[in-house]
Write a protein that binds this ligand. Sequence first.
Ligand SMILES: Nc1nc2c(ncn2[C@@H]2O[C@H](COP(=O)(O)OP(=O)(O)OP(=O)(O)O)[C@@H](O)[C@H]2O)c(=O)[nH]1
Ligand SMILES: O=C([O-])CC(=O)C(=O)O
Ligand SMILES: [Mn+2]
Length: 611
Amino acid sequence: MAADITTDDPITSTYRSSHGQLQAWVDEVAALTKPDSITWIEGTPDEWTRLTDELVEAGTFVRLDETKKPNSFWCASDPTDVARVEDRTFICSVDESDAGPTNNWMAPADMKRLMTDLYDGSMRGRTMFVIPFVMGHIDSEHPMFGVEITDSAYVVASMTVMARVGRQVLDKIEATNAAYVPALHSVGAPLAPGETDVPWPCNDTKYIVQFPEERMIWSYGSGYGGNALLGKKCYSLRIASVMGRDEGWLAEHMLILKLTSPENEVKYIAAAFPSACGKTNLAMVEPTIPGWKVETLGDDIAWMRIGADGRLYAVNPEFGLFGVAPGTGWDTNANAMRTIAQGNSVFTNVALTDDGDVWWEGMTEDAPAHLTDWKGRDWTPESEELSSHPNSRFCTPIRQCPILAPEYDDPNGVPIDAILFGGRRKTTIPLVTEARDWTHGTFMGATLSSETTAAATGAVGVVRRDPMAMLPFIGYDAGDYFSHWISMAKNNDESKFPKVFYVNWFRRDEDGGFLWPGFGENSRVLKYVVERIEGKVDAVETPIGLVPAPGALDTDGLDVSDEQIAKALAVDVDEWKAEIPQINDWFEKFGDKLPAVLWTELDGLKARLEA
Ligand SMILES: Nc1nc2c(ncn2[C@@H]2O[C@H](COP(=O)(O)OP(=O)(O)OP(=O)(O)O)[C@@H](O)[C@H]2O)c(=O)[nH]1
Ligand SMILES: O=C([O-])CC(=O)C(=O)O
Ligand SMILES: [Mn+2]
């Protein structure tokens, strides 16, 4: 019983949980995976020190210089285990049709048989860690518990940063006999007696599996963030999206920010951009326009529920940032630099400087004269390869963000005034377009497209549909997911719902340069969004939606020609006509599951483009 153990004692294999079902699951997993020992994670600073010391000893971590990045670590993964593996990710619903046309599927019994074989003895020679965690606030009305079992100390350290973990959570699970999401992870690299370990154990065979009806996760073979930190994408998006469908709320791949105008009016904005398309950057943006202030609430995931007043309230279920390192610098995202400067962070697949700090492309204009690259080799500015993997990441506590909004910790969240959808498109998509209403906004989200990035394995730079930036994260049939979005407004008072906008920071000119300077200048678009909500500026109807009337977008002091801004904002009818057959093909994938109102939206768009 938890009460019998003082916080000074590490919880070890001798611990028996009073939560019978949890203890039975831990016993069952241990019997299958056959670890050398079991450690229950407490979430204390002492435990962090013990774990990270062990990771240094094992050669997985390199401790960074205390004066530069206190209590922080450099880590290099196996070069084959650097990103999410979408082709190895499965939604194992009972009925195949419930996984829909965008997910891989296998029958739950078949998948369990296959993975049970893989897990058999997979933790031999290792410690099995039991991590009690809660996504969102522990004091929220319905705390969202999980327990991750893993044989990776790297995963434990990272989960300790990314989620609220440990004894306090376990105590509450036990005291309330709470339901929790069981999340099983193994790197799939058992050690024979006397065999020496490698710094980054993993397996060529990988499975990232969600069982939506059972609210259960099984992951095997990878140690990388999105595949292995199971509270993040697997729970807070794939499993939570199914819970949201069943219970009438939304689990989304969205940042949450607070925007305060010079008149002290506060607005909350959520924004869905695909992986490595700018959420962390916008969440921490330093406005270039005088008097406007941004504060951060979340950079990756938003859970949105209808509040008592009928408005949509968002919480960030996470506790840390798992941000893309390359491109993060003092010029682009100074607040992220300030956050990591406080230390307590893990840096994976970036370069190590000779004086015990980290570096990556885009951190500073000039590269250091010598580095150790992410593959452990000597690197100089003359080297042919990048010093850091394009999907290298910093893992850092969100509480260290100097512009964290205090409401971040409010279990009830904040009322969202606007939702932005955005992607990486070289052409076609204007800087900002406003939806006429929620249904049109859902159409914008459902047809969102973006170039693929290094956040997932596979080709980079290929345009694909990425609905609501959730393509890899919808835990059920995406057609049903669109219906769920439509029904959110139908079942509630749409007049209280956020306005929806579609943005694109990544449109290019003929020479391939970005038309819009992005980063801090994106605050101009945020200001426009707020002024549209308040009816202070005008917009013009176009076939695709409302765009800023001349002068409505504040370009004061912006060092960009009017011609270039016009190109960034332009609605090119021919480009849009070329988009129509692609949207048509996309929608046809969903058959009867596509809500009819989305076909109506497409017909309307077609007709307006032809007019
Ligand atoms: N050109 C341009 N690049 C941007 C802008 N905002 C972000 N980026 C770049 O896009 C990359 C990814 O940005 P992030 O903010 O980390 O992406 P994210 O959406 O949080 O990604 P995930 O953590 O993978 O979900 C970085 O290399 C940024 O430098 C922008 O406004 N303009
Ligand atoms: O899940 C990850 O590893 C990182 C992430 O935010 C994404 O890919 O969208
Ligand atoms: Mn993400």
